[in-house]
Design a protein. Structure first.
Length: 94
């Protein structure tokens, strides 16, 4: 079931809260901000990735850190995937 259908099944009352994520990870901040843009609640996301909503909330507040697999799952649920991009090396000073 798509995440938007899960929100509709709650009577349309559930809304993702537009609270700045307090995690120090820029990737997690981007995921949680994208969830708000797509109106995906923590509860709906937690159902989709098979974690308790309290755990996902701890990730949002920076009090716990998810595994890379959980981050990949969350990203996929909102239409993203993680990728490694090489860092461009700068010429040595000299």
């Amino acid at each position: 079931m798509p995440l938007t259908d899960e929100i509709r099944s709650l009577g349309g009352r559930a809304r993702a809260r537009n609270i700045e994520p307090r995690t120090s990870s820029p990737i997690l901040k981007a995921i949680f901000n994208a969830m708000v843009e797509r109106n995906v609640t923590v509860k709906a996301m937690s159902r989709r990735i098979n974690h308790h909503s309290n755990i996902v909330s701890l990730w949002r507040t920076g009090r716990s850190t998810p595994s890379i697999l959980s981050v990949e799952e969350m990203a996929a649920q909102i239409g993203f995937r993680l990728a490694l991009v090489p860092i461009e090396e700068t010429p040595a000073d000299g």
